[in-house]
Write a protein that binds this ligand. Structure first.
Ligand code: ATR
Length: 292
């Protein structure tokens, strides 16, 4: 068994994962000795590979698409936020040998929105596009910010209605179809559909983004996503992709595993600098504390 603490991200596919890079930067910054690797694990091998990883001395895992539901089922104990989202993106080996499942995605998004981008969510109108796993994981932390209202709009309306129903006890939330958005206006639009990945955009009516409104794509890539570009073209005050959320969810996992919280700003800056084209227009990723 190696003496250095081992961590990894499991996913399928995994080759483009930024997590090893992010955790290496965190480890360097906080002077923690650890190794973090990426492993391609198809769903059918998930459970034996997780068992093997921990048996061989691994301390913690991140699980990404399409493994978050499987990780939820495998965990011996789950945090409240993981229970709410019905998905787990972080597994941690506890001292008693049991595996804790947590979900740091939602809190990562909210930290990027409120701390890094300086957005105020309280009293604002928020639209979430999509009603899949990515949406489910962010609803509770968004409602915690006490928005005026949160609407989920989905290509398949029933799924949005059902999802909203599950979170109705936490705040003013409603679900429906994309067509029902005509005449509506929102201060923040979050894209949690899989459309971005294929360069597509959900069909959005004119006027859907309020003046000074912002756009946020949970997806990210080397080039601006179709939704980020839509935000720019629609006059959004801020329109960015999910690289900040990725770094923030990683920081929260790092904190759970190591008891130390890394500084995320410098790591986001490094990742942005490494991307070929600037993903943010000069004024669109403002430093914290400069909310308009
Ligand atoms: P994830 O777990 O990553 O959220 P998912 O559960 O497959 O993935 O959900 C993908 C979401 O993207 C769904 O809300 C899907 O809409 P449907 O429920 O109607 O399938 C949405 N989606 C995918 N492609 C889309 C597209 N081209 N336009 C609009 N919505 C799309």
């Amino acid at each position: 068994m190696s003496r250095i603490d081992r961590y990894a991200v499991f996913g399928h596919p995994i080759s483009h994962s930024q997590s090893p890079r992010i955790h290496a930067l965190f480890a360097e910054q906080t002077e923690q000795a650890l190794a973090y690797t990426a492993q391609d694990v198809p769903p059918e091998l998930f459970e034996p590979e997780v068992r093997r990883f921990f048996r061989e001395g691994g301390k913690g895992l991140n699980c990404t698409v399409p493994l978050k539901k499987l990780a939820f089922r495998l965990a011996d104990r789950r945090s409240e936020r993981a229970e709410r989202g019905k998905a787990v993106n972080t597994l941690a080996l506890r001292a008693d040998g049991t595996i804790l499942g947590d979900n740091t995605d939602g809190v990562g998004l909210v930290r990027d929105l409120t701390v890094n981008l300086g957005l105020i969510l309280e009293g604002r109108r928020i639209l979430v596009l999509g009603a899949g796993g990515a949406s489910r994981g962010i609803l509770a932390p968004l409602l915690e910010q006490r928005p005026e209202r949160l609407v989920i709009a989905n290509r398949t309306p029933d799924k949005a209605v059902r999802l909203a129903g599950e979170f109705g006890d936490l705040g003013p939330i409603a679900g429906g179809g994309l067509e029902e958005l005509a005449g509506e206006s929102f201060d923040l639009i979050l894209n949690a559909t899989a459309a971005s990945l294929s360069g597509e955009l959900p069909n959005l009516p004119e006027g859907i983004l309020a003046p000074e409104g912002s756009c946020y794509d949970l997806a990210y890539g080397r080039a601006p996503t179709a939704f980020v570009r839509w935000g720019w073209n629609t006059g959004a005050a801020i329109s960015v992709d999910g690289i900040g959320m990725l770094v923030e969810q990683a920081a929260e996992a790092f904190h759970l595993w190591r008891g130390v919280r890394p500084e995320t700003g410098p790591v986001i800056a490094v990742l942005n600098a490494e991307r070929k084209s600037p993903l943010t227009e000069p004024a669109t990723r403002r430093p914290a504390g400069t909310d308009p």
